[in-house]
Design a protein around this ligand. Structure first.
Ligand SMILES: Cc1cc2nc3c(=O)[nH]c(=O)nc-3n(C[C@H](O)[C@H](O)[C@H](O)COP(=O)(O)O)c2cc1C
Length: 374
């Protein structure tokens, strides 16, 4: 048995113990049914990829119909999804792996085609800077209140379906981030303007979702995913993020997941600053919450580097798609057998659907280390 630090268990303050520090980050498969239910293809993928990592965070699921961000997205917006979500939780919980449901609203990062004719909504009527972006409609106060409740109901469904927790998707430019961002949020009411007002939507969601966790008959994790910066001007900059994180660290959440392209990435905006963002965040949090770092981690040595920096968890995304037995191989000293490439011939064995393959190789331009034709 190898003695890597990432193989050590971790116990959260609510008593849930995860068997190791390796996390599969949320990776959408774009393979759900058109109406948002999980497909048997996805269930197969979950079973194949579960069992090694301590925590398996699901592909993102929308909490409301207006929050659908792309085709083939899972939904948790109604009780009708409970049978599928229950199968999903059980498929993701092989061999002691803990299953977390990531929940979100896409906000302006969608379009009226995906929303079947409806106009996207956001904090304000400001389109994103991506090509072809539609101008969203600003949410009313009543709609904001209803959406906060939608997050609460989504958490309740995750609990009923048997998940070990939920992750609030406050990252990757979606609605929770849109409320925090001075680019997408130009409101002049209590939900916009000052830093405190831009934090309000996230904090209200945390409060509502925590209520579900607190009333549950078993420990239930509430995680929060955040993107530290934006490149738009105006946009989210690190000093504001660190203040927000300081507030988040005192909220009733169980972990903070820092979404970046590289685990030790430096500032996207301040090129003179050479300190990795994750270390700034670690300093700010000062042990109040465990952190998950993600981004381009592939080898056991890469993962161990994250541990050596004192980060609690390491998430491994694309590499886990290629190698579902990464943890088992690292643990048994069979590292030479870890796969770092993927070819068309591997897709069936890996449970990668044609839709996910298309998403990976065409839409996302994700570097998947593909060998042969794709
Ligand atoms: C196919 C694919 C789908 C993704 N879907 C999601 C998602 O649903 N929610 C999310 O927060 N991040 C999503 N991400 C981002 C990943 O969680 C992760 O942050 C990113 O892939 C970087 O980690 P890696 O370098 O280990 O792959 C996705 C990434 C990929 C490659």
């Amino acid at each position: 048995m190898a003695s890597y630090n990432f193989l050590k268990p971790y116990t959260f303050k609510n008593g849930i113990t995860v068997k190791n520090r390796v996390v599969i980050p949320p990776m959408t498969e774009t393979s759900a049914f058109e109406e948002g239910s999980v497909t048997t293809d996805e269930l197969r993928y979950f079973k194949l990829h579960s069992g090694g990592a301590g925590m398996f965070i699901s592909p993102v699921a929308n909490v409301a119909e207006s929050g659908k961000g792309f085709e083939g997205e899972l939904s948790v917006a109604d009780d009708r999804y409970l049978p599928g979500l229950t199968k999903m939780a059980s498929a993701m919980k092989q061999n002691g792996t803990k299953a977390i449901l990531q929940i979100f609203h896409a906000g302006r990062m969608t379009n009226s085609k995906i929303l079947r004719g409806e106009q996207p909504v956001s904090a304000s009527a400001v389109p994103s800077l991506r090509q072809g972006a539609e101008t969203p409609r600003a949410l009313t106060e009543d709609e904001i209140t209803a959406l906060i409740e939608d997050f609460g109901q989504a958490a309740r469904r995750a609990l009923e379906a048997g998940f070990d927790g939920v992750e609030l998707h406050g990252a990757n430019t979606y609605l929770m981030q849109q409320f925090f961002s001075p680019h997408s949020n130009r409101r002049t009411d209590q939900w916009g303007g000052s830093l405190e007002n831009r934090e309000r939507f996230a904090l209200a969601i945390i409060k509502r979702v925590h209520q579900v966790a607190a009333e549950a008959d078993r420990p239930f994790l509430v995680g929060y995913r955040i993107s530290p910066e934006e490149i738009e001007t105006p946009g989210i900059r690190l000093p504001d993020t660190l203040k927000f994180i300081d507030t988040l660290a005192d909220q009733p959440i169980d972990y903070l997941h820092i979404s970046q392209g590289h685990a030790f990435q430096t500032s996207l905006n301040d090129h003179a600053d050479t300190e990795p963002v994750i270390l700034k965040i670690q300093h700010q949090v000062a042990g109040r919450l465990p952190l998950i770092s993600v981004g381009s981690v592939e080898t056991p040595a890469d993962a161990e580097k994250v541990m050596a920096a004192g980060i609690d968890f390491v998430a491994i995304g694309r590499e886990m798609l290629r190698e579902p037995h990464w943890v088992q191989k690292a643990a048994s000293g069979d590292e030479a057998a870890i796969r770092y490439t993927v070819s068309l011939a591997d897709l069936e064995e890996l449970g990668i659907t044609p839709a996910l393959w298309h998403f990976l190789t065409v839409n996302m331009h994700a570097d998947m280390h593909v060998t042969g034709a794709n």
